[in-house]
Ligand binder design. Sequence first.
Ligand code: URQ
Ligand code: ZN
Ligand code: ZN
Length: 479
Amino acid sequence: MAILIKGGTVVTAEGERRADVLIEGERIAAVGPALDTPAGARVIDAGGAYVMPGGIDPHTHMELPFMGTTTSEDFFTGTSAAVAGGTTTIIDFAIPNPGQSLLEAYRSWRGWAEKAVADYTFHVAVTWWSEKVGEEMGVLCRDHGVNSFKHFMAYKGAIMADDEVLVNSFRRAAELGALCTVHAENGELVVQLQRQIYESGVTGPEGHPQSRPPMVEGEAAHRATRLAEALNVPVYIVHNSCIEALDAITRARLAGQIVFGEVLAQHLVIDDSVYYQRDWNAAAHYVMSPPFRSKEHQAALWRGLQAGMLHTTATDHCCFCTEQKRMGFGDFRKIPNGTGGVEDRMAVLWTHGVRTGKLSPSEFVAATSTNAARIFNLYPHKGTISAGADADVVIWDPDGTRIISKDTHHQNIDFNIYEGMSCTGIPAVTLSRGRVVWQNGQLDVVRGAGRYVDRPCFAPFWASQNTRNVSRKPVKVER
Ligand code: URQ
Ligand code: ZN
Ligand code: ZN
């Protein structure tokens, strides 16, 4: 049955216009003013609303085994919460333990994700190095639609990538035409500073931000851009939280490098005062890395987003319930790192970004959907409203309101980092590949309806064209 979305204002990263959207099956069939209503079509009135591409969250961790436990959100509940918030595609992470086959880890995550209600795809982490890792990176690109490899510069003793891993993996990714993404914190510095802080007698959640100050992130972000420059590979820095990381990206981009930056919705609106609450549980709820920062960093991150030095917004949705957080009671180093928000990202960004004049509706669409689609090669199947695109659509009510609360969210976690936040601008209807999955405040999802999305490498473009870095042809002296 066709669906005709009538009377709305279509918003893409390029602009906005009054237009109807005709959906046939899983695809958008036509976009234009005053489209005819096909016989038998379902008509959805979008008068007074925006019609936007479904959100793409390029950074989630459903069912992640981490720090001795596993995130409380699985791919069914997590993608259900996502569509309730207007996000129709997630890019999650397959993270092998050091020594584990990348393909084996990828297959595990593929299995867990089969219960998803909306579309998904995976970055694959490189947590160790051998010839076999290099070979498997090639197989993942060639046969499994993986075009991005993640590197954790933090988490020493667990999944941290040292320089040997970074250099070998970056070089291999350049050969493959794949993108390198990094969690930029100096893992060695973190361990040293954690020990100092803990041994000084600070054992509570307030020790977490003190052991990961902005320069720990800025140093790693700078180093990641330099390694990428030396190895001629594009790099995407995830969850930039501070001025120092933003400066590293800005420097590299102004030098002509292909560098992209991601910012989390929560880092744009929550500051580090949360760690100094007297209630241990309440403070521990906010333990994630990089940590929440003081207010001047948020202002800089908003400016980075406006200036095009930060390109995507994400959530790093990595949920640990209060009891799991209490694994670190008495030692902040053992509090499982992560916070949620996959359901709240778009409403938070609309309320604090568009309604405050920081972002236009088009810039909102770029930051919540289109830029991620372009960077990770999902565009134009995802990330736009145009004929031929997947019918991942959110009908956005700019005047709708919602008070964010654990009591009403759909996320499988017993608290919400935005608890009590009043949002104006909410999804009225969400469609995933042409099926209404959220309407009138109700989910109508089908377990397993989500599909894995292939993301081809950019080899033809980046490998040949990426000469922006100074090319270093070896020089031989004839003697
Ligand atoms: O570092 C990440 O991105 C994962 C392990 C989620 N946890 C976090 O604190 N950001
Ligand atoms: Zn991270
Ligand atoms: Zn993450």
